[in-house]
Write a protein that binds this ligand. Structure first.
Ligand SMILES: NC(=O)c1ccc[n+]([C@@H]2O[C@H](COP(=O)([O-])OP(=O)(O)OC[C@H]3O[C@@H](n4cnc5c(N)ncnc54)[C@H](OP(=O)(O)O)[C@@H]3O)[C@@H](O)[C@H]2O)c1
Length: 320
């Protein structure tokens, strides 16, 4: 099989693409021929040695895959050869073949092609977990999504729209703002200036979704109405913001943290139900994931650099 290999920690340039032995058929596991692998921030963090979990090189990065089952180990009842499946694998996804535990798989609805399916789990599960389970979002609420043209941002817009919210997006480029509007935002704010008055531009919101951090976070907090919730998703800007506690006190606001990955690991059956609900909604057309930008597996370095360089609208998928 062909696989991306990280032999030393560092920037995406340290990665090579190599031929290696195919995974063996093992009891309880299946082998999936990967048709697309989702590329996420976390993959770059693994390669740089900056994630909480630090695997020893050599290893193959890649946390999400979609493809077809080509072999089924003894004792696996969940799937058969030929099924279209997706899985979150943590590591090892940037490869043409992957060995996956039978219970880790989910079946892909016909409405999702492999690149959409491979980039679905992290962003959509984070969105539904954040909006409904953590932030208790109600239909009719107004939500400001920062980084609205990013992978998590577009999923947030789609899921919030599906749950009945009025979504306003903020993004730095025309292309990203157009993508946010196409995903269902009713308005899109240009976040490229250093100072953006979100309160004035939105007229006030019930929820702020922040996957970026940095200098816009504190200003966005001030846009919250009485009882508004500021939802901390991530720090794509590289800067963890210091939120002013007086602004949290005022108007009985809340700051809510979201760690979907940790929750999913410790709540296996609830995570499976969450993903199944989302896949059903995507299958019926109620959710409309945007097609990711595609790169051949051999261009893994370019794919990660495009993500890190803020050039990507939506998600990125590698095609083996
Ligand atoms: N808490 C959780 O459970 C959870 C789950 C999944 C992901 N996350 C985190 O959420 C964050 C966003 O993930 P994502 O997949 O949406 O990433 P993404 O697709 O790369 O989008 C992030 C957005 O951040 C903005 N940005 C601002 N400064 C940036 C910089 N210096 N470099 C890169 N982007 C910058 C960009 O929007 P503009 O150009 O419009 O500013 C970009 O579109 C990441 O930090 C990720 O680790 C958290």
């Amino acid at each position: 099989m062909r696989a991306v290999v990280c032999r030393e920690l560092g920037p995406p340039e340290v990665l090579s693409v190599e031929d290696g032995p195919d995974p063996l058929e093992v009891a309880g596991r299946v082998i999936v021929a990967v048709e697309a692998a989702g590329v996420n921030y976390v993959d770059a963090l693994f390669v740089a040695g900056r994630y909480q979990i630090k695997p020893e090189p050599p290893f193959t990065p890649g946390s999400e895959i979609a493809g077809r089952v080509v072999a089924v180990g003894e004792g696996v009842s969940e799937t058969s050869v030929g099924d279209r499946v997706l899985a979150s694998v943590g590591l090892g996804g940037f490869a043409s073949l992957v060995s996956v535990g039978g219970s880790q798989l989910a079946h892909i609805p016909d409405a999702l092609d492999a690149p959409r399916a491979a980039t679905f789990t992290q962003s959509y599960c984070t969105a539904l977990f954040a909006l409904r389970d953590r932030a208790r979002m109600r239909s009719g609420e107004r939500v400001l999504v920062l980084g609205g043209g990013g992978g998590v941002g577009l999923a947030m817009i789609d899921v919030a729209r599906w749950l009945g919210a009025e979504v306003i997006a903020a993004a730095s480029s025309v292309e990203k703002r157009e993508a946010a509007l196409a995903a269902g935002a009713v308005a899109a704010i240009d976040s490229s200036p250093d100072a953006v008055n979100f309160r004035e531009l939105t007229g006030g919101v019930d929820l702020v979704i922040d996957p970026i951090g940095g200098h816009h976070s504190g200003v966005a907090l001030r846009a919250l109405w009485e009882g508004g919730r500021f939802v901390v998703i991530g720090f794509a800007s590289g800067t963890i913001p210091m939120l002013p506690a007086n602004q949290v006190l005022l108007r009985n606001r809340e700051v809510i943290g979201v760690d979907w990955g940790a929750w999913a690991l410790s709540h296996g059956s609830q995570q499976a139900a969450l993903l199944s609900e989302l896949l059903d909604a995507a299958g019926s057309g109620a959710l409309r994931p945007v097609a990711p930008e595609r790169f051949p597996l051999d261009d893994v370095t370019a794919a990660l650099n495009a993500l890190l360089g803020r050039q990507v609208t939506g998600k990125v998928a590698l095609i083996p």
